[in-house]
Each structure stands twice: as structure tokens, then as C-alpha cells.
Design a binder for this molecule. Structure first.
Ligand code: 16G
Ligand code: ZN
Length: 535
């Protein structure tokens, strides 16, 4: 039977050699690549079962994003491009951790629990990987897992995480979302971009050139195709495109490095006031920044990107005249307090705060007709309801509406084509940001002038067991240990514009401490004081 194959494969090719317990967290599994053979094989098995259960194509992405090059990881992508459903995360954890001898039993348990009857269906699992040297080998392990349960693996090779999400959605929507190929992806984005931009490449203070840090990863490889297709409409000066295996992936460059250390990346020329952006190792995050005349770095992070986009979309949404369409912006507790204040009081757009992790933001964003979501680290996108899309398409066609309204609808529909609605996408986000800056005729300092960030500090604290800290209210309040929240409250109350929270990390064995206050000294001091309470 096929089960004998499953077990034989597991024992002979991908035996579980390590004791290390792994947990499927907000970013799937992440570890040293050498620990992951059996995990990959088992995620291949799980993906087939998930595909049979959902009667749809499932994705598997092999990447460790912004982590160092020797790490790797894996995430399962659900049919509509979402992250794996929460109830199955526990199954993924179980699959990864059972001993080889129990693997078949676990498979049978899952089949029984979800009543998966169609075990003969030759379901498709689409697989993508980043540029890590370990990724080809780990891809083979996933494919063997898919084959062991008689699924059909489709290997897309090296792609960005958002490209893989896009392929899954294209396949599951009968190509209504686009063609499930790399060419289809570039064509969709670049056609929309060029259509909106027209022939006017520069406008006011906007210049059509951006310095792009590819983090020596897939984000560098892929932008080459884009550059060609965009031609003169946007000149992308690419830096940090080392060959695979150079060891330089994410090293002193990339979105995570720039955001975490507020440090200008190596490998990018230090030209004052030049508009720069950095993506991360799997190109699902982006941040912008520039150096001023004194060589100080100014960061425009996910909060800034979110406000830029939300303001622009709101303006067009109002112009459509379809008054019932709602817009909302979703943040996490890490969003700078000044951004929340600006969005709420100046832009008058409702803001929701949810727990860290893209699935939470995405989920909340779906409750609006136009839902903008970004984490401060630069991961985010916009989602549109089908209702909004249909209403706008109707209005474009209906000549009884004023021409301005119909044009606003048309513009928004083009913007939707420019956006990867499935997940945060550095490349698509960049094109959207460039489109808005162009429309506003802004240089990067105009964008920055919208509001002034509150100084803030993020710290890591190592503790014996980070899970003794539990939180509520979108991680803004500590539930346990007893009394900790009171202590934080009392510290915070002594600071001007003080705010602080602590939460256990979902990706590292640490507790994170965030603090903001009127001055940098105060933010540092508050963070240190709160960290002392966590020890
Ligand atoms: C994961 C999340 C990211 C989040 C980060 C927080 C996804 C795809 N990725 O990388 O959104 O910001 O975890 O890490 O959801 P932390 O829990 O260690 O602070
Ligand atoms: Zn990433």
C-alpha cells in the first residue's frame, strides 16, 4: 500500500534523527537547515492531505526569510493564499515531531478526524524556494513527501514567497486572478503600473529612480525581470545581488537589518537624499529610507507605507461616489503611536490593532471593503472585497454616473491589479508606493513630513520560559505573570507619551519589550526598566 511507501521513505531517506521539538509558529517551521530534512518530507505529506481535504491546490514555501543563510524553514499556503489555518498548525507540529514509527498512525488520525475520503485524488502541491544553498535538497524532501501520498508536486524553483502565494490563488481561481506563471505575475504588475503612470515618468519633486537593496537573495534575482519590463517608467538601481551561496544573504543588508538596527545597508551607495528601499530574504517585506546631508538615516517603515497607501486609496474611494464602501487600516502594537494618532485624527480612517503575525492582520483586513494592513517591519498589503470590485466594475460601464466617478473606479481597478492581495509582497508594494509618490509629486522627505515618529526602543530578553508571559488585547496587556501589567502601567505613567508592552516571540526563544516615549533617552530608559521586570 502507499502507506508502506510513506514509512519506508521516512525511515530510509528522511529519518527523524533529532530530538528537538519543533513548533509551527507564525512563520511556519524555522531552524538550522540541517535539522529540517524530516520536517520537509512530512510537510509534503501534510500538504497532500490538506489539498485533499480542501479539494484545492496547496502551496509549500521553503524559506527562512530574513534569517541567516544557514537557516531554513517551511510554510504551508492555503487555497486562497492565506497562511495555513490555525487548527492545522497543531497538526503540522504533530507531524513534525512524531517518531518515524508513529508517522502512519498520525496520518490515519488526521484522515479520520477530517474524514478525508478521496485518498486517490491526484491533488497538486505547488512548491517554491528561496536562494539558500540548502533549499534544493529540502525541496526534494517535500516533493518526496508529496509523491509518497500520490500527490502531484509542481516545482516552481526559486521564487519569492508572495509569488508562490500568487500561483496558488491563480490555480484555485481558475486563472481569474492571473496566469500561474512567473511571466503572468510580472505582466500583471507591470501592465498595471505602466497604465497608471502614463508617459509622464517624473512629476514635480518625484524622480523615477529608486536605489534597491536585494539583500543578496531572491528579491534581487527577480527584480531583473521587472526592470526590463518597466523600462524607463521606473529605473531600479539594483544593489546586493551576490551569487547563491556567497554567505551574504541578509548580511548587513535587507529590510530586517535596516529596520531593526536603523542602519544603512552595506553595498548601497551613500547618496544624500536618494530614495532607497530594502527587501528581505524572500521578498515579502519592504522598507524605504534615505540618508540626509549629515549622513543620518531616515527610515520609512511599514507604518509610513500604510498611511501613504490608506490616504491615497481613501481619496479615490470617496471619489467613486459609492458611499457604502468601507476602508480600514490594520496595525499591530508595534505600530508607532504617532502613526496611529495621524491615521485616526488626521486621515479619519478607522484603525484596528491585532496580534503580531500576518494571518491576524489579513483576517481583520478582510472585514473592510478596502483593508490596508502593514506591520511596522514592512510586511503588508491591501485587500478588496468582491462587493467593492463588482460595484466599481458596474459603475465604470454605466454612463449615467458622472465621468469623475467612473474614472476613480477605473483607477482603483488598475491599482488592484498592481497589488498582490494574497500576502505582503515587496515588489508589488514598491510599485504601489512609487505610483503614489508619483501621483502626489513627492520626494521622500515630503512623504516623511506627514507625521513625526515617537522615539522608540525594542529589546529582547532571554528568560527561562518565555511562555509564562501571556497577553491579551492584541498583545498590549499582560495577563500573566500576576502583577506584571500593574508594574508596567506604573512605569509607563511616569513618562511623557509613554507606552510599553511585552510579548513572547513567536519565532525566537525570547521575550520582546517595546517602549516609546517623547525622547529617545526616555524610550530607552522605559524599555530597560520594563525589561528588568521581565527577568
Ligand atoms: C513572523 C511573521 C511576521 C512577524 C514576526 C514576528 C508571518 C508571515 N510572519 O515572521 O509577520 O512580524 O513573525 O516575530 O506572519 P516575533 O514573534 O519573533 O516577534
Ligand atoms: Zn520575509
Amino acid at each position: 500500500s502507499s502507506y508502506r511507501t510513506v514509512y519506508a521513505f521516512a525511515r530510509e531517506m528522511y529519518p527523524k534523527r533529532i530530538k528537538l521539538e519543533m513548533q509551527y509558529g507564525t512563520a511556519g517551521f524555522r531552524s538550522k537547515a540541517s535539522n529540517l530534512d524530516h520536517v520537509m518530507y512530512r510537510m509534503g505529506l501534510l500538504a497532500v492531505l490538506r489539498a485533499r481535504y480542501k479539494k484545492a491546490v496547496i502551496g509549500v514555501m521553503i524559506t527562512a526569510s530574513h534569517n541567516p543563510e544557514p537557516d531554513n524553514g517551511v510554510k504551508v499556503v492555503d487555497p486562497q493564499g492565506e497562511m495555513l489555518e490555525q487548527s492545522w498548525e497543531a497538526w503540522a507540529t504533530k507531524f513534525a515531531n512524531v517518531v518515524d514509527e508513529k508517522l502512519e498512525d498520525t496520518i490515519n488520525e488526521l484522515i479520520k478526524e477530517f474524514d478525508i475520503g478521496n485518498m486517490g485524488d491526484r491533488v497538486e502541491v505547488v512548491i517554491g524556494r528561496d536562494t539558500r544553498p540548502s533549499s534544493p535538497h529540502l525541496t526534494k524532501a517535500v516533493m518526496d513527501g508529496v509523491l509518497a501520498l500520490a500527490g502531484k508536486p509542481i516545482d516552481y524553483g526559486i521564487v519569492t514567497t508572495p509569488q508562490l502565494h500568487y500561483f496558488v490563488v491563480c490555480k484555485n481561481t481558475n486563472r481569474r486572478y492571473g496566469q500561474p506563471t512567473e511571466e503572468g505575475y510580472y505582466r500583471k504588475l507591470t501592465n498595471a503600473f505602466k497604465k497608471i503612470r502614463g508617459n509622464n515618468y517624473t512629476c514635480g519633486k518625484y524622480t523615477n529612480k529608486v536605489l534597491y537593496d536585494g539583500a543578496n537573495g531572491v528579491g534581487a534575482k527577480k527584480v531583473k525581470y521587472l526592470k526590463e519590463a518597466l523600462g524607463e517608467s521606473l529605473i531600479i538601481d539594483m544593489y546586493n545581488d551576490e551569487i547563491i551561496g556567497s554567505g551574504k544573504l541578509n548580511y548587513l543588508c535587507g529590510a530586517d537589518h535596516v529596520k531593526t538596527h536603523q542602519d544603512f545597508p552595506v553595498g548601497v551607495p551613500r547618496i544624500p537624499n536618494a530614495r532607497c528601499c530594502s527587501v528581505d530574504g524572500d521578498a515579502d517585506r519592504i522598507v524605504y529610507y534615505y540618508l540626509d546631508d549629515k549622513e543620518n538615516i531616515h527610515l520609512l517603515d511599514g507604518d509610513r507605507i500604510a498611511t501613504l497607501i490608506a490616504d491615497y486609496l481613501r481619496e479615490h474611494l470617496t471619489a467613486t461616489g459609492i458611499s457604502e464602501l468601507t476602508i480600514g487600516l490594520v496595525q499591530t502594537a508595534y505600530a508607532n503611536g504617532a502613526s496611529t494618532e495621524y491615521i485616526t485624527n488626521h486621515l479619519n480612517i478607522p484603525v484596528a490593532c491585532v496580534s503580531t503575525g500576518i494571518k491576524h492582520l489579513h483576517h481583520q483586513a478582510l472585514t473592510y471593503d478596502v483593508g490596508v494592513y502593514f506591520e511596522a517591519n514592512g510586511h503588508g498589503t491591501v485587500v478588496f472585497s468582491n462587493y467593492a470590485k463588482d460595484r466599481m466594475k458596474d459603475r465604470v460601464k454605466n454612463e449615467s454616473f458622472p465621468i469623475q466617478q467612473r474614472e476613480a473606479c477605473e483607477k482603483l481597478l488598475s491599482l488592484i491589479d498592481l497589488i498582490n492581495e494574497t500576502v505582503g509582497d515587496a515588489i508589488s508594494d514598491m510599485l504601489l508606493i512609487e505610483t503614489i509618490l508619483h501621483a502626489r509629486e513627492w520626494d521622500i522627505t515630503d512623504w516623511e513630513a506627514c507625521y513625526k515618529d515617537l522615539p522608540n526602543r525594542l529589546m529582547k530578553v532571554s528568560v527561562k520560559d518565555r511562555n509564562v508571559i501571556t497577553t491579551t488585547d492584541a498583545e498590549r496587556i499582560c495577563q500573566t505573570p500576576d502583577g506584571l501589567q500593574d508594574e508596567i502601567d506604573s512605569l509607563v505613567s511616569r513618562y511623557n507619551k509613554g507606552r510599553s508592552f511585552v510579548r513572547p516571540s513567536g519565532t525566537e526563544d525570547v521575550v520582546r519589550v517595546y517602549a516609546e516615549a517623547k525622547s529617545q533617552e526616555e524610550a530607552n530608559k522605559l524599555a530597560a526598566e520594563v525589561a528588568m521586570k521581565v527577568y
